[in-house]
Design a protein around this ligand. Structure first.
Ligand SMILES: O=P(O)(O)OC[C@H]1O[C@H](O[C@H]2O[C@H](CO)[C@@H](O)[C@H](O)[C@H]2O)[C@H](O)[C@@H](O)[C@@H]1O
Length: 385
C-alpha cells in the first residue's frame, strides 16, 4: 500500500454529501468533515474560528494562536492586571460563565430529577478529567481515590472511558476491569458483544484481559502502518527540539509542546506541518499543548459515544440518560452528539471560561470525583426506596 497516496478528499474539505445507501457504508466512516468547534465570546478565551489545516502556511497566526490558546489559565485571561486584581476579575468572569454552564455539583438535584426512572450511562475522558494535567504525559496517574470513585460508579451505571491515548495506555492508567475502553479518540473501542447492527457487524470478536468475550471496533485499522510511519518521522524531525515529545497513541500520534520554549513553537508546528504535507490522508487537531495527528476519517469521540450506546443496547430507548464528562476540544464532539440527540448532557471540566457544547461544568478532576460519588450515593438511595 502506498501510505502517502491521497485516496480520500483533501484534508479539511467540505462535507461530502454521499448517502449511506449509495455507498453501503456507515456515514461515520466517510472521510472527515471539518466542523471544528468555534469558541467565541469577548469575555472568554477566543480560539480561531478557522481550523488551521495542514494546507495553510504554518506561519499564519491562526496556527500559533491555536497553539497558544490550547491550555488556558486564569493568569492568561487576565494577564494585564495585578495578581490580586487578576484573580478577583478571574473569579467574576468565572462566576458569570457559571450562569451559562452551571456547576454539575450545584445543579445535582436538577440532574437527578432528570435522571429519575432513566438508565444512566457514563462516559469519561481521561487526561484533565480523571487525572490532573501534568508536564510529563507518562506520569499522568490517576489518584487511588478517583479510581475508587470510578469503580463504584461503574458498579451502578455502564461506564466507559473515551480517551485520545491508546486503549492499552489508558487501561494501564485506570486499571479497572469493570469499564469499557475506547482509545485513540474513539478509533479503538473494546465494548460488549451485541448481535447485528450496522457498525457492530464490523466488529472483531476478541477477549479482554480477563478472557471475557468482547467486541473490538477499529474503524481506522487500515491507517495503522501509515500512523506508525508518521510516528517515526515525527520522532526524528522533533528530536532536536528541547522538550518536544511524540507519543504513539496507536491510531493517532500526539506531538507535545508543553515543555517546549514558546519561541520554538513555530518550529515544532512547522515540522509537523512539513511531515503532514506528505500525508494527505492524515489531519491535525489541537489539544492541550499538543498537536494530534489522526486519520482523515469522520470518526470521533461523539461517534464513539453513539457506538457504545448501541453496543450497550441503549441506543433506541427514551429512558436513557448519557452523561459525558471531558475537558478538551476533542470532547466537544461528544457534547455535541448528546446535544443533538437531545438526550443526556455533557459536562465540561474547566477552571477557565470557554465556549462549549456542554450543558454543565465542573472545575477540575477533584470536582469530577465528588460528582461521581454523589451519583453513586443518589443511585443507592433511590434503589433503596
Ligand atoms: O482524550 P484524553 O484522555 O484527554 O487525552 C488527550 C491527550 O491527553 C494527554 O495529553 C494531555 O495530558 C498530559 C498529561 O497531563 C499533558 O502533559 C499534555 O500536555 C496534555 O495534552 C496525552 O498525553 C495525549 O496523548 C492525549 O491525546
Amino acid at each position: 500500500m502506498d501510505l502517502k497516496s491521497n485516496q480520500t478528499s483533501p484534508v479539511l474539505a467540505d462535507p461530502v454529501p454521499m448517502s449511506e445507501s449509495i455507498l453501503g457504508i456507515h456515514s461515520g466512516l466517510l472521510p472527515y468533515t471539518a466542523t471544528g468547534t468555534a469558541f467565541s465570546s469577548s469575555l472568554f478565551l477566543t480560539i480561531p474560528r478557522k481550523k488551521p489545516g495542514i494546507l495553510d502556511d504554518f506561519r499564519s497566526s491562526a496556527w500559533l494562536d491555536a497553539m497558544k490558546s490550547s491550555s488556558p489559565t486564569h493568569h492568561k485571561i487576565t494577564k494585564d492586571f495585578s495578581p490580586e486584581q487578576s484573580s478577583k476579575d478571574g473569579d467574576i468572569v468565572y462566576r458569570n460563565w457559571l450562569i451559562k454552564y452551571p456547576s454539575a455539583l450545584a445543579s445535582f438535584e436538577q440532574i437527578t430529577n432528570h435522571a429519575m426512572g432513566k438508565k444512566l450511562a457514563l462516559f469519561l475522558d481521561y487526561d484533565g478529567t480523571l487525572s490532573p494535567i501534568v508536564d510529563n504525559p507518562d506520569l499522568a496517574f490517576m489518584a487511588n481515590s478517583m479510581r475508587a470513585a470510578v469503580r463504584n460508579a461503574a458498579k451502578c451505571f455502564p461506564t466507559a472511558i473515551i480517551s485520545g491515548r491508546s486503549r492499552d495506555k489508558v487501561y494501564e492508567f485506570v486499571g479497572l476491569t469493570e469499564l469499557y475502553y475506547a482509545g485513540s479518540h474513539g478509533m479503538d473501542i473494546m465494548g460488549p458483544v451485541r448481535p447485528i447492527s450496522k457498525d457492530q457487524a464490523k466488529c472483531i470478536k476478541s477477549t479482554d484481559k480477563q478472557g471475557k468475550e468482547v467486541n473490538l471496533f477499529q474503524p481506522a485499522s487500515e491507517f495503522l502502518p501509515m500512523i506508525q510511519e508518521v510516528f517515526k518521522s515525527l520522532v526524528e524531525i522533533t528530536k532536536d527540539i528541547a522538550g518536544a515529545k511524540v507519543e504513539n497513541n496507536k491510531f493517532c500520534v500526539s506531538v507535545h509542546y508543553r515543555n517546549v520554549d514558546e519561541k520554538c513553537w513555530t518550529t515544532i508546528g512547522q515540522s509537523v506541518n512539513d511531515i503532514l504535507k506528505q500525508y494527505p490522508r492524515l489531519r491535525l487537531t489541537h489539544g492541550r499543548k499538543v498537536l494530534e495527528v489522526r486519520p482523515v476519517l469522520d470518526w470521533d469521540k461523539g461517534k464513539a459515544v453513539e457506538f457504545l450506546l448501541e453496543s450497550l443496547g441503549l441506543s433506541n430507548c427514551n429512558n436513557v440518560l448519557p452523561i459525558y464528562i471531558g475537558d478538551d476540544r476533542t470532547d466537544e464532539d461528544a457534547f455535541k452528539v448528546l446535544k443533538e440527540r437531545n438526550q443526556g448532557f455533557g459536562i465540561l471540566v474547566s477552571s477557565a471560561p470557554k465556549e462549549s457544547n456542554a450543558f454543565y461544568s465542573l472545575r477540575d478532576p477533584s470536582e469530577v470525583k465528588e460528582f461521581l460519588k454523589c451519583l453513586v450515593k443518589w443511585k443507592k438511595a433511590s434503589s433503596a426506596l
